[in-house]
Design a protein around this ligand. Sequence first.
Ligand SMILES: NC(=O)c1ccc[n+]([C@@H]2O[C@H](COP(=O)([O-])OP(=O)(O)OC[C@H]3O[C@@H](n4cnc5c(N)ncnc54)[C@H](O)[C@@H]3O)[C@@H](O)[C@H]2O)c1
Length: 331
Amino acid sequence: MDGCRWLVTGGCGFIGAALIGELLRRDPDVCVRVLDDLSVGKPGAIGLDGSDAATPEDVASGGWAPGIRLARGDIRDAAACRAACEGADVIVHLAANTGVAPSVADPMMDCLTNVVGTLNMLEAARSGGVPRFVMASSGAPAGEVTPPIHEEMAPRPVSPYGASKLAGEGYCSAYARTFGIDTVALRFGNVYGPGSGHKTSVVAQFCGAVIEGRPVRIFGAGTQTRDFIYLGDLLDALFAAAETPDIGGEIFQIASAKETTVNELADAFAAVVESRGHAVVGIEREPPRQGDVLRNFSDTRKARERLGWTPRTSLEDGLARTFDWFVAHAD
Ligand SMILES: NC(=O)c1ccc[n+]([C@@H]2O[C@H](COP(=O)([O-])OP(=O)(O)OC[C@H]3O[C@@H](n4cnc5c(N)ncnc54)[C@H](O)[C@@H]3O)[C@@H](O)[C@H]2O)c1
């Protein structure tokens, strides 16, 4: 994909910044535009400072050039999306409300960002003639089903977040079948890795707690299961989704295909931390959270067969790399 023009929404966030780092590593002359409202992500995550941010219209008027251009804009703003997308070859759509809890607290906010924002981006892809659109979805659309989750299961979202991601998947399907855009929805497992310092997901929360000498927090009995996928493996899947031919309109489960209870995660994490001379000082147990499902892990055969993708990183290695990053970036 040499010479490819990439638009990454949410590019200053956890996954977006890692994707951009990898794009630059693969091709130092790559052309990348980032559309991010900087509500969560920071320009520093992609090696820029605030003064590098311009309006999407200003970025568009400068045309495409090697390097990273940051368009500060909101995906709920259709005009900003249109300006940012024009002339792109691939859109990787990561900007979103990313959490179950905020979606429970404010379902309308979640809908406007994840449903209307995604529709704005698809419309911008259509008007800008962008051939490929990769959307970040999640296991949440599947909801309360008996795992392993696979692409053919009837979805039953539990949280508003699951519902809004499911709507995004629905629009991706429609834009592939009606308008011929090669949309690909990737249902990420629970992603962890370096650069997740601002995240409230369980691995990031565990790492932050150990660094600050606080107990780690577990919601419910800790018997709930999740499918933890290391960031580097997820990036491989994003590249495969951007580059593989004949997958327009498809959905893929992108996860480790392993079911891990939060208690098992805590044990594996404690071992990693101890091997590095740190310690988990205790466990604080809190009531289960509304909207959280009990069991979640994926069947990833479709991704292996159609994308040629398999995860390579063990939980222990991934936890070690993540914890080392937190230690290196502790204040
Ligand atoms: N991290 C995970 O475990 C995980 C799991 C499943 C799915 N996902 C999905 O992957 C994507 C990226 O997640 P992440 O972990 O990198 O999150 P993140 O919060 O680190 O990054 C999201 C980025 O989007 C930006 N953003 C938010 N609202 C915006 C808006 N209205 N307009 C423009 N930009 C906006 C934020 O400033 C931030 O930089 C999201 O779509 C998320 O739902 C993540």
